[in-house]
Write a protein that binds this ligand. Structure first.
Ligand code: FES
Length: 346
């Protein structure tokens, strides 16, 4: 069931972005992990639109999300213009798997490779890691068009000043941004800088990538070219609002009935060969959480505890997640009898 939040205050971060402080209506504050997001459910022109926005505050602080305008993006445009203080809004509970758990006694390099609003899930993670993993070296490569449209520039500068273990490297593609020597972050610069800045064993390094699709593809391919293991690379996919992914269907799926555990209730759900588990649940009015419906955000993730599920698209779950049984219901199809899927293990 969607939760309801009231907008307590709104702060203009840049000309294109605002931060919204929220309080949950009629309940205690929800809990979240740094790096997770809220999925807002908008009603725009009579249609339901779901969009995920990262939580930029730490657990224990007021809940805050930052929304940056996406060119031709209906939801962000609507939010930035129409959301007002005092207004209530529906959202799903915090979700997302772009979360790095701190390891207090470990010494490793953590590289955040970020562009634009990709900083939003990264800021709270930086703040937590700086306290909870004090012996590691944290490197932030942060790419933007110009200083004016860079989110959290002052806060990051202050964090770097107060925590020598954090190094921030700024990249601006606008030639007018003269105060910083680097330009656009590309594969050549990324490779050189990763090698140059690495302080501990390269095999222990972790890479967290977040930004537009082409930026993340560049970063991922560069790291793989450098022989970084896939499991050491984590990505947060920000689906451009104007792009719609189709869950896709292949021809080899068959009809199956799955057992679905959701919010303490167990359902026997028939899933046709031409529909995903999420679509089948929606057809039976089971309100599973989802956002992108394209295999990139993980809002719909659940655990398969018996049987086998195949996904037509998976841009977000890692090999480790898959080994633990995580699946995406928005692109998942049952491919065996006796499939059990549970949402009650988050
Ligand atoms: S709803 Fe986004 S991955 Fe399934």
């Amino acid at each position: 069931m969607p939760l309801r939040f009231r907008i307590v205050s709104i702060v203009q971060e840049t000309s294109q972005a605002k931060t919204y402080t929220l309080e949950q209506v009629g309940a205690d504050q929800v809990s979240w992990e740094p790096g997770q997001f809220l999925t807002f459910i908008f009603g725009i022109d009579g249609k339901e639109l779901r969009r995920s926005y990262s939580i930029v505050s730490l657990p224990g602080e007021p809940l805050q999300v930052t929304i940056k305008k996406v060119e031709n993006g209906a939801a962000s445009r609507y939010a930035l213009i129409h959301l007002k203080e005092g207004q209530e809004i529906a959202a799903l509970a915090p979700a997302g798997r772009f979360v790095l758990t701190p390891q207090k006694l470990v010494q490793r390099d953590i590289f955040f490779i970020v562009a634009g609003s990709g900083i939003t899930p990264v800021l709270p993670q930086l703040r937590r890691l700086l306290v909870a993993e004090p012996q590691s070296a944290i490197h932030l490569f942060y790419s933007n068009h110009s200083e004016q449209d860079t989110l959290f520039m002052e806060r990051l500068t202050a964090l770097q000043r107060s925590h020598p273990q954090l190094q921030v490297y700024w990249f601006f593609s606008d030639p007018a941004s003269r105060s910083f020597p680097q330009r656009r972050l590309n594969n050549g610069i990324l490779e050189i800088m990763v090698r140059e800045k690495m302080r501990f064993a390269p095999g222990q390094a972790v890479f967290m990538i977040c930004g537009p699709f082409t930026f993340m593809r560049m970063a991922r391919i560069t790291l793989i070219f450098m022989h970084v293991e896939e499991d050491r690379i984590r990505r947060e996919n920000f689906l451009p609002e104007i792009m719609r992914s189709s869950p896709g269907t292949a021809h080899h799926f068959e009809d199956h009935t799955v057992t679905l555990e959701f919010n303490g209730t167990s359902y026997r759900l028939p899933v046709r060969h031409d529909e995903t588990i999420l679509r089948a649940a929606m057809a039976h009015h089971i309100p599973l959480p989802y956002s992108c419906e394209g295999g990139v955000c993980s809002t719909c993730a659940a655990r398969c505890t018996r049987g086998k599920v195949e996904m037509t698209v998976n841009e977000v779950l890692t090999n480790q997640d898959l080994a633990e049984g995580w699946i995406l219901t928005c692109t998942g199809h049952p491919v065996s009898e006796n499939v059990w899927i549970t949402f009650d293990v988050r």
